[in-house]
Ligand binder design. Structure first.
Ligand code: FEO
Length: 391
């Protein structure tokens, strides 16, 4: 990836990872990702904000050479996860005079994860500033915009917020700026769902904290730069609000078709009644799509057969993941088929202790559903209609 100028003496020096397809061995990346590092040349000091995944170090090094950077004073590290901090040891080797600037917690993490010596750090506190001469960096602690040590850096003169993971998107594209591109906001929602959603209430506070400043641009460390920052800020306010959409998600798995018959009947009846419904056939679903839908849906109805005396493992995984992501879901139910018995309802109910939900009575049928079983699904829908009226 080549160097690109953003503003006076501010450059993108990061890297695009077009073909990365999974992150943390967990999160699918259908559109790749980027590791955005930014070089700021002040009249007296030069700083880099975040680095790149170590796999892409050579690209960062090439970019710094292209800019003729032979002396680096500060390495600002907003977050210690290795996709942003992993090239700091290489930067320190190349620029031994540079000091690593971060908060106390991030310092400790980087000493553990990267074995950076303690004497290489300058520790800053919330709202502290660092002068580069004609440019001033202000550091704002924003915990849990992924990990507990995360912070953002605001460049006062240029009014740019360097937000690292916060507001980011896993998106590799040649455009430097997001503009009003809805694809970028879509990617940012997916990113929010997978990374930020479990910390929703803390993120609300962090949005309020950073928006006290006049922000002309948000430069995250994944995805394009927001040159119209109000678009992503408003999207975040919506995703983190308490509002839910009257939407029914049906993640399901079916082994021999009985659960699928129930799920299809349920889906068709809900659609006829005007519900917004999304089915996710779990063995072929990108879990990122499911996570993104969890951001604002009111209801989840899990479909699973019983296998080995419990729910199908695909349903267990999806339920576990939904619980870990802590969406603002209000109602949950279960439908499924069994051959001789098991504890599916107890098992799945026990997996959602993080969710503050009403459980609508599940519908389990023996074998292939009969007419009376479909009537029970109709009753489930009637109960859901009543619940939705309370929203
Ligand atoms: Fe992009 Fe939490 O690292």
């Amino acid at each position: 990836m080549t160097v690109r100028s953003i503003n006076n003496d501010i450059y993108f020096v990061g890297s695009l990872h077009w073909d990365r397809r999974i992150f943390d061995e967990l999160i699918p990346l259908p559109e790749g990702t980027s590791y955005n590092a930014y070089l700021i040349r002040g009249s007296e000091k030069t700083a880099i904000i975040d680095s790149v995944d170590p796999e892409k170090w050579h690209e960062l090094e090439t970019n710094l050479c292209e800019l003729g950077i032979d002396k680096l004073d500060y390495i600002i590290t907003n977050h210690s996860e290795q996709d942003h901090s992993g090239s700091i040891p290489m930067l320190l080797e190349k620029y031994p005079e540079a000091m690593v600037v971060t908060n106390e917690k991030c310092k400790a993490f980087e000493m553990d994860h990267l074995h950076i010596c303690e004497d290489k750090f300058i520790v800053i506190k919330d709202n502290e500033t660092l002068s580069l001469g004609n440019k001033t960096l202000r550091f704002l602690m924003t915990p849990w915009v992924h990990w507990p040590e995360t912070m953002v850096t605001y460049l006062e003169e240029d009014k740019i917020l360097f937000s690292c993971d916060f507001f980011g998107s896993h998106y590799a594209g040649s455009g430097l700026y997001a503009g009003e591109n809805p694809t970028v906001v879509h990617g940012a929602k997916r990113y929010y769902a997978e990374i930020m959603m479990p910390f929703r209430t803390t993120i609300v506070r962090n949005i309020d904290k950073v928006t006290q400043f006049d922000i002309k641009m948000i430069a995250p460390s994944h995805g394009p730069i927001y040159d119209k920052p109000e678009i992503i800020i408003e999207a975040y306010r919506d995703w983190t609000s308490d509002k839910v959409k009257k939407e029914v998600l049906i993640p399901f798995v079916s082994m021999h078709g009985s659960t699928k018959l129930m799920v299809d009947y349920l889906t068709d009846r809900l659609i006829k009644k005007g519900f917004c419904v999304k089915q996710f056939n779990l063995p072929v679903t990108d879990v990122g799509e499911l996570a993104m839908s969890l951001v604002d849906a009111s209801t989840i109805i899990i479909g699973s057969p019983m296998v080995l005396a419990g729910a199908h493992p695909a349903a267990v995984y999806a339920t576990f993941l939904a619980n870990a992501l802590r969406p603002k879901t209000k109602f949950v139910s279960i439908v499924g088929s069994f051959g001789w018995g098991g504890k599916m309802v107890e098992q799945l109910s026990g997996l959602i202790s993080n969710l503050n939900v009403d459980i609508i009575e599940p519908v389990l049928v023996k074998g292939m559903p009969r007419e009376e079983d479909y009537k029970k699904i109709d009753e489930l829908i009637e109960k859901l209609e009543e619940k939705h009226k309370t929203l």
